[in-house]
Design a protein around this ligand. Sequence first.
Ligand code: ATP
Ligand code: MG
Length: 325
Amino acid sequence: MPHITKLVMKGFKSFARETNMHLDKNMNVIVGPNGSGKSNITDALCFVLGRLSIKSMRAAKASNLIFAGNKHFKKANEAYVEIIFDNSDKVFALTEKQIKIKRILKKNGQSVYKINNETKTRQEVLELLGQAGIDPHGFNLVLQGEIERLVKMPADDRRKIIEETAGISVYEMRKNKSLKELDKTNERLKQINAVLKERTNYLRNLENEREQALRFKKLEETVKKCKASIINKNIQERKKELNEINKKIELKTKEINKKQEIINKTQAEINSLNETIKNISTTIQKSSGLEQDSLIDEISFLKQEIAGMTARKENFENREKKSNT
Ligand code: ATP
Ligand code: MG
């Protein structure tokens, strides 16, 4: 259980100068004449703990919390109250052994809060105090006249206050806060799940597309290979055909050459026979009638032979033409 070791006030209500109050762990009693400022000390406590209601600190407006000046001291420009908690049992979730909470009130009514000399928001101060179950509006502080009010109030209201004093309300508040945070987290989780679902679908689509692209690439390669092997096969077939055609051409050329030789030979024979006919004709012209008859017979025989040979030659020539085409 943390306790206040020191209270410092300056320029707050009746405390013109800096006033340091060292407090005991167990019980502290403040005594003094009426109007000497005892209740101002409890007001200072309420103030530094972050209470907002100025009226509950017995002032009409915020500026009335600042020392107004008297015949000894001139009025203050600002007011501040600082309390120092002992944190040796680590009730506050900070590493320091002492927790200093300070609230400064400016003339314009603006408040500045500090935790261990670092400027913080009021909310941060309330959260830190909440760790020790301290609530500026709770019943950690029982102010003048409140006991009487407590005794007179209806039992249900009193029960609420006792719960608050026992610190249950702080836990209730924290529970509600945590539930709200849980709701927010759940909402965020829903959003994240929705985004995740969307991303997963997108990823799945991408994966499908990738698979399709890979398959397409593989198929494309297979098609290329197939086309190449078909072309290769065609080339081989064509080469084979070409070889066969070349062989045929060679054979035909040989045949043609042979036939040309025969034709030439036949032509030579025809020429020789024509020469013979010519000689015979000359002889006939010179010879007698009987000899002429036998020579004419010979001529007609030779002519028949020439006709046969010419027919054979033409026949060879025709066959040669056909084999060329
Ligand atoms: P009681 O025994 O009657 O309860 P108390 O000791 O509690 O008296 P407080 O009410 O704490 O007395 O103090 C009241 C005094 O504080 C008054 O004299 C008042 O003038 C003085 N005071 C309050 N506000 C200011 C201020 N802003 N500037 C200067 N003095 C102030
Ligand atoms: Mg008083």
